[in-house]
Design a protein around this ligand. Structure first.
Ligand code: 3SL
Length: 265
């Protein structure tokens, strides 16, 4: 990749080579370690990445990759269930458990084998889905779903946009968690390799340092975490292995007019 400084983003074709020209102004990045800390961040008019690695945002990105038309997120299962009559696939969990009456749970594997192709999903989860609403309320400019699965595509998209970024970690019931913090660190690193970042935020630096310490064996490190233990107890080990795959999808999932849809990079 060739990086050229210019006043706005562009892509040019020279002799059949695609040259991505990134805006090299400073992008300010902030990591919010828990939704409970969101009120301390200045989200207005910034690009937001919502992160719930295990498993909500990884499942959303997988559903979009598997051809779902859109994913609409809900705080309460009853609200999601109402959309069943409109033809939506109801998806989600409550405290890790599949919800009675719902079509599928919150596993990326349940979005495979054509199950969600050309379908709209109504998704509710314990922590992840509420962050989309919180980001909307905080007047974010654009809102994206973040996952390791599409981390490179997302980083490229954010740097190309050239706007300040706030990464909101969903955590667990307002507590900080390891997996979302690790992803935040990885995303800041990926963005840093592509553009000029201004990282004047200790939580971003903590996340990057932690990620760099454990990136060669994320799963082993995560075995200490509370959500690993919770999901393992519920026999969701395969989901966790899946969600930690790095940059396997070349898509970006963005919340537009109330529904998360795919943008191809
Ligand atoms: O909290 C959430 O939003 C979920 O992703 C939790 S779980 O992994 O499905 O249990």
């Amino acid at each position: 990749m060739i990086k050229i400084s210019c006043c706005k983003n562009a892509t040019k074709i020279f002799d059949n080579y695609q040259l991505d020209i990134y805006y090299c102004g400073m992008i300010q990045v902030e990591v919010v370690l828990s939704p409970a800390l969101l009120h301390l961040a200045d989200v207005k008019d910034k690009n937001v990445v919502v992160v719930d690695i295990l498993r909500a945002t990884s499942t959303i990105v997988t559903a979009i990759h598997e051809g779902a038309t859109s994913v609409k997120t809900f705080l309460a299962p009853e609200e999601a269930l109402l959309l069943k009559t409109e033809g939506y696939i109801t998806a989600g969990e409550s405290n890790g458990h599949k919800i009675e009456g719902f079509d599928i749970g919150n596993s990326p594997f349940e979005c495979m084998n054509g199950r969600v192709k050309n379908q709209k999903l109504a998704l509710t989860t314990t922590n992840g889905t509420k962050c989309f609403e919180a980001a909307e309320k905080a007047l974010a400019r654009k809102i994206f779903a973040g996952s390791f699965l599409n981390i490179k595509a997302l980083a490229k998209h954010l740097v190309t946009e050239g706007q300040d970024v706030v990464i909101i970690c969903a955590g667990w019931k307002d507590k900080v968690n390891m997996e979302d913090s690790l992803f935040a660190g990885a995303l800041v690193e990926e963005m840093q390799t592509l553009g000029n970042l201004n990282i004047d935020c200790d939580s971003s630096l903590i996340c990057m340092d932690l990620y760099n310490c454990v990136k060669n064996n994320l799963m082993e490190y995560l075995k200490k975490s509370s959500h690993y233990k919770r999901l393992s107890y519920l026999s969701h080990d395969e989901d966790m292995i899946f969600c930690l795959q790095y940059a396997v999808f070349d898509i970006v999932a963005e919340l537009k007019q109330g529904e998360i849809i795919g943008l191809s990079n």
